[in-house]
Write a protein that binds this ligand. Structure first.
Ligand SMILES: Cc1ncc(COP(=O)(O)O)c(C=O)c1O
Length: 366
């Protein structure tokens, strides 16, 4: 067995895990359906009370005129950018170099919609007002991802966000929010979803990140925008005859976990603090601004993997299931806090970090 598999295996055998909501197994759907009456009618091709009620609920929560349920954020966002670019008659949009659209969607935006993205901002930072002001090209839409996942979930200052929004309005640039983790940042900004969304023309939120549902997304905006998005959803094959397993679980976990976002955020700061106390470890951001952060380990990956395996085995605490290598001396891992963190007894957690620190110091002094 290679080191990577050993790490995953040791992680899977731990009694406690610091991140996530637990196993992504079928029980997630069973729990959500358990509280639902069996005679509720299924949605049909995007219509019916079940889907429409949820869309209305989410439109209200996000403070938008209307909302549409999609099977995936990938589909919803490509469509959003297509609509804004059609409206302006300009096949150019702007987003961050590490946007989900740029690095995780096999160029869907370019291949399917022939849209040209302008990559705005530095790879290791968020998009700043300066970047937007200095943009030479005219674009139909600017997409902002809050928080910027690939750099540990960083955020701009709220005032800067307001300034970007005002600038886009003035210039006639549609502003779209990749809010896959929107609910997770509200405690940091101390704003309601409605307040943040008011800065944007269209918004996407996910139901399987902090919310922990099965899959699914909401795309919200004005009536004309969402009406058009339904046409594109049909064209993309997104109008499944029934989406209710996704919708019912999205609704169930939204109600259950929305009130816990503040707790996850506080716990993320606490856990990042434990990591940062260890030799050769730092988190990005140093102080999390949501329930997520990245942990950077400045040690050769193989050495780190054996240290982690022994910490998991000795303490029963799983810190991460995988490591991504950046170079020979650094690797990183993404941590998103969910329901699991509060189940780890504090003394057990502290023991795990103490041990981790000790073992790293031994390797460092070699
Ligand atoms: C920031 C961000 N945007 C968009 C998506 C796409 O969501 P989906 O998996 O529903 O297509 C993701 C998924 O990881 C994401 O993290």
């Amino acid at each position: 067995m290679n080191q990577e598999n050993k790490l995953l295996k040791a992680f899977n055998q731990t009694a406690y895990q610091v991140a996530g909501h637990g196993k992504r197994n079928v029980q997630i759907l069973k729990d959500a359906l358990d509280v639902i009456e069996g005679d509720i009618e299924s949605d049909m091709y995007g219509s019916g009370k079940l889907i429409e009620d949820f869309q209305t609920k989410m439109a209200k929560y996000l403070g938008k005129e209307s909302a549409v349920f999609f099977p995936s954020g990938t589909m919803a966002q490509q469509i959003a950018l297509r609509i804004w670019s059609d409206q302006k008659g300009l096949k150019r949009v702007a987003y961050h170099p590490l946007s989900h659209l740029e690095i995780h969607e096999q160029d869907g935006l370019k291949e399917l919609h022939h849209l040209e993205p302008i990559l705005l901002g530095e790879r290791d930072g968020v998009i700043h007002l300066e970047d937007v002001l200095n943009m030479k090209e005219d674009v139909a839409c600017l997409l902002l991802e809050l928080p910027q996942r690939e750099i540990g979930g960083q955020l701009p200052e709220y005032a800067e966000l307001e300034a970007i929004s005002a600038h886009c309005r003035e210039k006639g640039i549609a502003l779209h929010l990749d809010g896959a983790r929107l609910l997770e940042i509200l405690p940091f900004y101390q704003k309601s979803a409605e307040e943040v969304c008011a800065l944007f023309d269209s918004v996407y939120v996910s139901f399987y990140k902090g919310i922990g549902g099965i899959a699914g997304a909401i795309l919200a905006g004005n009536e004309a925008f969402t009406k058009e998005s339904k046409v594109w959803k049909r064209r993309h094959g997104g109008d499944l005859i029934s989406l209710y397993p996704y919708i019912l679980s999205a609704d169930f976990y939204f109600d259950q976990r929305l009130p816990k976002m503040e707790q996850y955020y506080e716990e993320a700061k606490e856990l990042a603090g434990y990591f940062n106390q260890c030799q050769a470890i730092e988190t990005k951001p140093a102080v999390p601004v949501s329930n997520m952060f990245h942990v950077h380990f400045h040690l050769p990956k193989e050495k780190l993997e054996s240290i982690l395996v022994s910490v998991y085995e000795e303490t029963g605490v799983g810190l991460t299931a995988y490591l991504r290598e950046i170079n020979e001396t650094t690797s990183y891992s993404e941590i998103s806090i969910g329901d699991c963190y509060s189940t780890v007894p504090k003394e057990v957690l502290q023991k795990a970090f103490q041990l981790l620190d000790e073992k790293i110091r031994v390797v460092h002094s070699d």
